[in-house]
Design a protein around this ligand. Sequence first.
Ligand code: MF3
Ligand code: CO
Length: 248
Amino acid sequence: MIIIKSDQEIDLMRESGKVTGMILRELYHLIKPGISTMDINAFVEEIILKNKMIPSFKGYNGYPAASCVSVNDEVIHGIPSAKRLLADGDIVSVDVGCTYKGYISDAARTYAVGKISEEAERLIQIAEESFFAGLKFCKVGYRLGDVSNAIGQHVEQAGFSVVRDFVGHGIGKSMHEEPQIPNHGQPGRGPRLAKGMVFAIEPMINQGSFDVDMKEDNWTAVTTDGKLSAHYENTIVITDGEPELLTL
Ligand code: MF3
Ligand code: CO
């Protein structure tokens, strides 16, 4: 069942989303060669706590940190480490969630570390664009498959691949609610969108094959072929008109 949120609930999710979105914007200034993935996590956690919110990821299924920080071939769920230093030319995906009065927002960006290759730049760009391609269909009158299809088409037309093993999701009092939102699919299929649905839409896209493996830490997903991966995510609300982005 897809849980419909009231206006009051969406007000709380908006407050939560503001902090998540602000953190991701600030990270464009923080991320540079030489900092560790733990430095990024410390910054994220500090801002969440300063705003009197709760880091939603910490303790979720035993996850140890406030953010996921995934470098280069790491797709998602990279565990921050003081030993993992970012180098010029890396790309790094940061995924953040915070909880306000029980309501969760979830969003991610992929950042360039120093000067990166044109191909890496394009991968990051297409991940973002594919989110907005899907967002065009986040309106009453469309179905979930229209959103998934638009994302997948955009990614594949650019020559990249869509990760199959992880999907976007409904979000609210729980981080993962129904429906699952694949980043590829068939138009005209799936549930009809309705006012008050709240989704975390999150294309994860690979430079090479869509195949991913799990690292020994049982969290970090990496590309099987070792090529780059990028992630772009926002929490959004279906309204009477245009979708509202809570984490921009
Ligand atoms: N954005 C991630 C997701 O949707 C957040 C979960 S990470 C976890 O799966 F560490 F908290 F599990
Ligand atoms: Co998510």
